[in-house]
Design a protein around this ligand. Structure first.
Ligand code: MG
Length: 380
């Protein structure tokens, strides 16, 4: 029986985690759930899964809802301290982090310090502070498990292989909605960019897929997670989204991970590892697919991918700066304040103006994040 804390339980990854718990009640117990402000959904989840704690991040909401949860026998905690509390409960073995934004960083570090296995679905912790996190985890002898589909695929291909035999880690990208777009990218609207061909996701990550910034962030994530240089991480466009990643070994052998494009697969593996559990998800039928396509990404048309490589190569606080500036400009694009091509333009400016800290602490990373948000906002 594995005891879990789920940070971000009311989001789409959090709900999928709970779906898997529902199918395998003999394997998983939910000890704590955390959400930002969706109290109604959190209450339904608490009723079904009977955690000991819930964290409602918004203190006002937490205060209002506490009596209701108390009647279920559930303790309510709140704010950053509440997150730290549920991330470090002594009975919990694995903490699954699916919170949007940088707010998950501190509880993840706390969980690692408390020797919990952490499974990470959102990119920010691994992009902003991946090196520091992996170093801390190695010191504590704790595993950091990726849920991002490409990184889960890499992790599965790398299983028990000697890292010195790895030549390249290759992640795939569906190419987003503008892969074959013939018109001017400067004129595309948020509605066009939100129309993703393969994955159903939130608006921020869908825009990141359209600019290929999602891949840029994933290059940083992969380099940090598997401790390789950015040059060793390749990206290939693969519109069918069946092959999620490949590992090339020095002898020319490639291991690939294939599966249907469904987030429940990598989520379940991060929960069941090192075992595999049967499920009712649709399975792959290669004969009916017939063909798979691969092509090179167009870095000139999608400069955000190149920005990801630059940030990873230079390292330090630069990945946090890229991530923060990107959040600001994507929001501005969604609100029709800037055009599609202003996204890489502004991020690139913010990055070039940043005063780098090579070996940042966690407070340095938060400071760089705040600086980049302010600078991007000014440049808008
Ligand atoms: Mg991904």
């Amino acid at each position: 029986m594995k005891n879990l804390t789920i940070l971000g339980s009311t989001g789409s990854v959090g709900e999928n985690v709970l779906r898997i718990v529902r199918i395998h009640p003999e394997r998983f117990t939910v000890k704590a759930l955390a959400a930002n402000r969706n109290v109604e959904k959190l209450y339904e989840q608490a009723r079904e899964f009977s955690p000991r704690y819930v964290c409602i991040y918004d203190p006002q909401k937490a205060k209002q809802a506490a009596p209701k949860f108390k009647r279920l026998g559930v303790r309510v905690v709140t704010g950053g301290d509440g997150l730290l509390e549920v991330a470090t409960l002594s009975s919990v073995r694995e903490v699954i982090c699916a919170m949007v934004g940088a707010v998950g960083l501190k509880p993840i570090f706390a969980a690692v310090q408390a020797k919990k296995t952490v499974a990470i679905a959102n990119k920010e912790p691994l992009v902003m502070a991946g090196k520091l996190l992996l170093e801390t985890a190695a010191k504590r002898g704790v595993a950091v498990l990726p849920i991002d589909s490409e990184h889960s695929a890499l992790w599965q291909c790398l299983d028990k292989q000697d890292p010195s035999f790895v030549k390249k880690l290759i992640i795939t990208s569906s190419g987003g909605p503008f892969r074959n777009f013939k018109g001017a990218l400067s004129k595309v609207t948020p509605a066009q960019a939100l129309n993703h061909p393969k994955w159903k996701m939130g608006p921020k990550i869908t825009i990141d897929s359209a600019t290929l910034m999602n891949k840029g962030l994933e290059v940083i994530e992969a380099a940090n997670l598997f401790n390789v240089l950015a040059e060793k991480v390749g990206v290939v466009i693969h519109p069918e989204a069946i092959v999620h990643a490949l590992v090339e070994f020095v002898d020319g052998s490639h291991f690939a991970h294939l599966g249907v494009a469904d987030m429940r697969l990598p989520i379940q593996y991060a929960m069941s590892y090192p075992e595999r559990l049967e499920n009712h998800l649709p399975h792959l039928d290669l004969a009916s697919l017939k063909t798979l396509h691969f092509e090179k990404p167009n870095l000139r048309r999608f400069p955000c991918l190149e920005l990801g490589y630059t940030a990873s190569r230079i390292g330090g606080t630069l990945p946090a700066v890229l991530n923060a500036a990107n959040e600001v400009v994507v929001e501005a694009f969604l609100n029709h304040r800037i055009g599609f091509l202003d996204i890489p333009e502004i991020i690139s400016k913010v990055m070039s103006q940043h005063r780098l800290i090579r070996k940042p602490s966690l407070p340095d990373i938060f400071a760089a994040d705040a600086w980049a948000r302010e600078r991007a906002e000014e440049l808008l």
